[in-house]
Ligand binder design. Structure first.
Ligand code: IPM
Ligand code: MG
Length: 367
């Protein structure tokens, strides 16, 4: 059998620095665990725009469709702020999500013990936190038509459309229920059924799907209340299922509960391919952080943990995913910290590559 294939798209800003550490981790698994991947690398976002005038070249899109999994760093930066909307770096990422049909975006928010006092919330509210947000990723207001800026009565009008079919709501819901079955069997669905028809349909469809998962306790919450509950008492949640836009916002909120965006991975999954593996793209939740890009300050943990998710969800290597996640936790427990995780009064931060070194040393020690 040939090796599983990975397409690496480091993108822009700190995406390149953190991905360099992930490549070392991938090599480690090849050398020490017999997990060898065929790795190729390409451009996305501003880097692709600079080379090709588009944020994602058609050849890169075609490659992404062929590989077993895509690992992406981050896209965007101030140099691209004034570009036409159609070629902005973010369009490259959105094209990947849409054309690969990655409808289920898994965003875990886990508070590592060593970082519990890092959160802006009180330690007892976040310690032990482990929630999974499942965000619908290929529909809703991000893609709905009509959209645009139009003239009406001599005035510009900005239009976006929130649109969901029941099939779209259902397939994401199934992904969320399946995850809940492997966790604490609690699912909270969030929408705005009090003001949006798409929210009423959302609630209906999720309730119908729940009949196939009688063991899962389903609850519904308006998304604004959900935002409030996430900062009031986040441990009440196990799995949250929500739409594309609410999921974008709520996942940033949940991320910060854990202390740093620099820790949070994500997986975007689609339908199974011929080989049984889901179409998949893995990326850190953080952005390209232009303010610190190129300085070796970025925390590679989120990107490393995204590779751990790839091991788990694409390659059925749960034990190796555990090994990698444990290595990151052990490094943190030793007090090794990148700049994003420094308290005002505390110590000297390590660089991006020193953080990579520390994780590799823990992996060595795990053998
Ligand atoms: C995210 C990001 C993206 C989104 C941007 C970069 C297009 O915020 O993945 O959460 O809005 O989905
Ligand atoms: Mg976002």
């Amino acid at each position: 059998m040939s090796n599983p294939s990975l397409l690496i798209l480091p993108g822009d800003g700190i995406g390149r620095e953190v991905m360099a550490e992930v490549r070392r981790i991938i090599d480690w698994f090849g050398a020490n665990r017999g997990l060898t991947f065929d790795v190729s690398e390409d451009l996305v976002g501003g880097a692709a725009y600079d080379a090709h005038g588009v944020p994602l070249h058609d050849d890169t899109m075609a490659k992404a469709q062929e590989v077993d999994a895509v690992l992406l760093g981050a896209v965007g930066g101030p140099a691209y702020d004034d570009l036409d909307f159609s070629v902005k770096p973010e369009r490259g990422l959105l094209r990947l999500r849409k054309e690969m049909d990655l409808f289920a975006n898994l965003r875990p928010a886990q508070c590592f013990d060593a970082l519990a006092d890092f959160s802006s919330l009180k330690t007892d509210i976040v310690s032990g936190l482990d929630i999974m947000i499942v965000r619908e990723l290929t529909s809703g207001v991000y893609f709905g038509e009509p959209r645009g800026i139009f003239m009406e009565d001599n005035m510009r009008v900005g239009v976006n459309t929130q649109r969901y079919t029941e099939a779209e709501i259902e397939r994401g819901a199934r992904a969320a229920f399946e995850l809940a079955m492997k966790r604490d069997k609690r699912l909270c669905s969030m929408e705005k059924a009090n003001v949006m028809e798409s929210g009423i349909l959302w609630r209906d469809v999720v309730t119908e799907v729940s009949k196939d998962y009688p063991e899962v306790a389903l609850s519904h919450m308006y998304a604004d209340n959900g935002a409030m509950q996430l900062v009031r008492a986040p441990k009440q949640f196990d799995v949250i299922y929500t739409d594309n836009l609410f999921g974008d916002i709520l996942s940033d909120c949940a991320a910060m509960l854990t202390g740093s965006l620099g820790m949070l991975p994500s997986a975007s999954l689609g339908a199974p391919m011929e080989n049984g593996r889901p179409k998949a793209l893995y990326e850190p939740v953080h952005g390209s952080a232009p303010d610190i890009a190129g300085q070796g300050k970025a925390n590679p943990s989120a990107c490393i943990l995204s590779f751990a998710m790839a091991l788990r969800y694409s390659f059925d290597q749960g034990a190796e995913a555990d090994r990698l996640e444990q290595a990151v936790q052990d490094v943190l427990a030793d007090g090794v910290r990148t700049a994003d995780l420094m308290q005002a009064d505390g110590g000297t931060p390590v660089s991006t590559s020193e953080m990579g070194d520390a994780v590799l040393a823990k992996l060595d020690a795990s053998l």
